[in-house]
Design a protein around this ligand. Sequence first.
Ligand code: PSU
Ligand code: MN
Length: 306
Amino acid sequence: MMDLKKFMDITPEIEEAVAAGKPVVALESTILSHGMPYPENLGFAREIEKLIRAEGAIPATMAVIDGRLKAGLTEAELVRMCEAKGVLKVSRRDLPIVVAEKLTGATTVATTMILAKLAGIHVFATGGIGGVHRGGEVTMDISADLQELAHTEVAVVCAGAKMILDIGRTLEYLETMGVPVLGLGTSDFPAFYCRKSGFGVDYNAETPLDVARIAKAKWDLGLGGGLLIGNPVPEQYAMDFDKMSAVIDRVLKMADEAGVKGKEITPFMLAHIVEETGGDSLKTNIQLAFNNARAASRIAVELSRL
Ligand code: PSU
Ligand code: MN
């Protein structure tokens, strides 16, 4: 057995909650350090933790700080992740490097799942997941988030995938890897800023209890791996599909012309989409993540009762 304490700091509150089987919701830090501008990200980070508490669950924001894996951050650590000075973007392949070299990094969906599982947490709320990029059939740019969903026992609540990705191929990949894709009150997989992508989910789970039951069945059956839950952005914050498609096409072209590659693509796109929409996309991004935190908390509460 790996000696967890050798690598990881879990706050006493989270550790006690996990031991007692109470609901805990994991949060990622890449959305803070590389997904949103400062200081809006800090207001967001504080608010989303409050929201989870208001639903009766405990928030666990994940990060790697000076080489230590963290489940639950202090206020000073949260500020550090939001200021993002020298904060790396850490996916699965980067994890051993930041640990061994005592570096500081924000966790992606993939790494947040890894840390959540180590800490005994099985529900995670994010904004959008990584996936197969447009042109991925040639570039092979496929986020490590998808492999993590295949292998790591965490239910991930998201608002779908951005249209910067190839949503159809992302869903095909998840099918191949045996990842159930559920809609929370929808049969259409959401497209982040917009409520619908035009691609179906595997099953419309009407309630958080349905999601909890399906997750428990998957894990009790020994099937392992994760589940993806698509929770559409609330109607009043949703953006126009055609308008966003045009913005994304423009920004994809900018990325291509600037020669942006690899792990820089997603942060580049996110920052330029905010600019191109005059900040509207940031408001939507914040609200959809809040909405996911609420849903994840309810799923965690139901799971803790099963
Ligand atoms: N999509 C978003 N916001 C984000 C990300 C994706 O709408 O902040 C972040 C997440 O942390 C996700 C990561 O895990 O980008 C995926 O990066 P890549 O495509 O390089 O794997
Ligand atoms: Mn990539």
